[in-house]
Design a protein around this ligand. Sequence first.
Ligand code: ADP
Ligand code: MG
Length: 377
Amino acid sequence: MNREVLRSDYIPEYLPHREEQIRKLTEVLSPLLKGERPSNVFIYGLTGTGKTAVVKYVLKRIDEYARRVGNNKFLPVYINCRHESTTYRVLSTLVESLGGKVPFTGLSTAEVFRRLKTRINMTGRIVVIVLDEVDAMVKRVGDEILYRLTRVNEELDKGKVSVIGITNDVRFREGLDPRVRSSLSEEEILFPPYDALQLSDILKDRASKAFKSGVIAEGVIDYCASIAAKEHGDARRALDLLRVAGEVAERSGDGVVRIEHVKVAREELENDMVSAVVRTLPQHSKMVLLSIALAGGRFSSTGDLYIKYREITRSLGLEPVTQRRVSDIVSELEMAGLVIAKVVNRGRYGKTKEVELAVDRNIIVKSLKDDVKVITK
Ligand code: ADP
Ligand code: MG
């Protein structure tokens, strides 16, 4: 099995069912080849609908073409905003991709922005800035930086800038300042979810490169596709399923990937997702979850839960929060899909809340292993 081909950062040479989006983006960016600035583009759709892959693919194609014909009028710069947590980081990454230098801290944002303009002017080219997962940045630092970047052309004398903003958050646009919205969305491209048939085509193409022929049993691809189609048509999910199913088959010494391997893969992937959520919870949310898990997965009242929670936090040398706060934490955990809370009427004893884990308690305990070394010793 060639794992690389199934990894989500691999850019395939062929992207079935994205012809329309590829055509539109190529058309919007085509002024680049004449040395003119393209409109800014706003790209949106749910996760795994091929946005990152299509943008990278189109830019790569244009870049290759431009090189072939000796046109060096543009420069693509890609940033994933989820990985750059501050305005300072985003701007300095931009400066650095254009060959400039910025110290890790110490300058004012205004100064870094000034350096960025200098760099763009020095290139004398059209810099296409891709801000992938741009919502992650705006949620943290607001949309001021988008405002500046989408209008920076007024302040440049030689180079030019086009911005491609990409988001998985389909409601992101509504939250933007109207001025930012109109400058960013000069053009818009929607990436709709894939259906099961489209996901099958995508998987078939990738699978033919990743696996030797005959290694995938009949029906396996359609099965992966149908699972991913139910989960909002996410191609990443479909590819992960197939990749992990391949690993499960390998581990079990089976030469063929079968439906039962996909079922195991699905469970493993779900557990991984739960683990990832649990591990990033705030400390006291972890303690509340752990209290429920260690008590067998269920409490018939938040009062009992609180007693256990207090015992555990104290044994770990932590200061417990109030019962009221624990009640709020339970609601938060419920929203995160980790617990189910139910209000039950106990007649003259009044109302109480039953709390139950919505996921396997072993996964919770395993995910929080490092947080609780002290008590399981
Ligand atoms: P998004 O950025 O919309 O979340 P990605 O572009 O990262 O989604 O796609 C997720 C995964 O699915 C990547 O591995 C990508 O290569 C693959 N993929 C998405 N759409 C297609 C397609 N039409 N053909 C082949 N692979 C695709
Ligand atoms: Mg993406």
